[in-house]
Design a protein around this ligand. Sequence first.
Ligand SMILES: NC(=O)c1ccc[n+]([C@@H]2O[C@H](COP(=O)([O-])OP(=O)(O)OC[C@H]3O[C@@H](n4cnc5c(N)ncnc54)[C@H](OP(=O)(O)O)[C@@H]3O)[C@@H](O)[C@H]2O)c1
Length: 316
Amino acid sequence: MENKQIVITQFGEPEVLAIQSAEVPTPQPGEVLVKVAFAGVNPIDVKTRAGLGWAASQNKDKLPWVPGYDISGQVVACGEGCERFNAGQNVAGFIGFPLQGGGYSQYVCVPESELSLVPDSITLEAAAALPLAGQTAVQALDKGGVKEGQRVLILAGAGGVGHIAVQVAVAAKAEVFTTCSDVNLDYMATLGAHAINYKFSPVSERVTDADVLIDLVGGDAALDALKCLKDGATVVTIPTLSAELICEKAKLLGFEATGMLVDPNPQQLDTLIYMVSVGLLKTEIFKVYPMDKAVEAHHQIETGHTRGKVLLDMQC
Ligand SMILES: NC(=O)c1ccc[n+]([C@@H]2O[C@H](COP(=O)([O-])OP(=O)(O)OC[C@H]3O[C@@H](n4cnc5c(N)ncnc54)[C@H](OP(=O)(O)O)[C@@H]3O)[C@@H](O)[C@H]2O)c1
């Protein structure tokens, strides 16, 4: 049996991605072997491939390296002592984060404790869209202490993290404001948010008295959004590059402010899967690329204008 994997051969443009053939791994005690159906593509994969950030510096001597943290697929074998899953069950997980990666593989061994069951009522595509982005969304809203009735401003509501954050905040009965470009205004409105076209005017001219800011853009957009907040508001800034600057400025203005690094949590993924299965949450899949088009998938994420998620089909 062949195990094709997409590897970063050296740091650089998307064209440095290549397909390599590896052995199908054998599950160790407590691990299951997953035949991956879909792998999610996240901005961190793209940054690491470009040689930027912590995962790149930690893995620079380990190239070729297999990126990828989001998988969905089927359990095909169980290591000794496995009790949660049987061969034939569908699972999803947020795996190998942040240093190991490995999701862009046709077969991968994962400790069963890191996986969630995917019931028949949700597709494997939807399940692969949820792990990293969905947990970032939930953890950001938790850190922001978002509650019923609060005014919550989410920058970049149409992206992988944003489209889930908007829906979870709406489900929590917050009043949600979000920024997007003109093409996503209707989409954001259908999710229940007040949509603001950031290309038309700065968000600070359109929103006042927000209790919580969830910043998924960083830089100048985040600095402008601080003007939308009421006294004592909370800021959660997600892009790591500008987090220090935004937090410093926010604290000077008297806000509570924090950056964050998402922390894999299978119970949270169970909840997100449940929400999709009962129709409380809808994943938006921008495009599924066959695994031999991973270069195009990375180019798409680099546009910065993906609606929802990009996936790789690892079955072809
Ligand atoms: N710290 C962590 O643990 C962590 C975890 C996950 C993600 N992140 C970071 O969080 C950020 C968001 O991640 P993601 O996966 O959601 O990215 P993404 O899916 O690539 O985001 C794309 C979205 O951003 C929107 N956008 C671009 N520029 C915008 C602007 N100036 N104002 C408002 N919206 C804008 C686009 O909407 P339009 O097309 O309408 O412009 C598009 O829908 C990335 O920087 C990522 O690296 C950090």
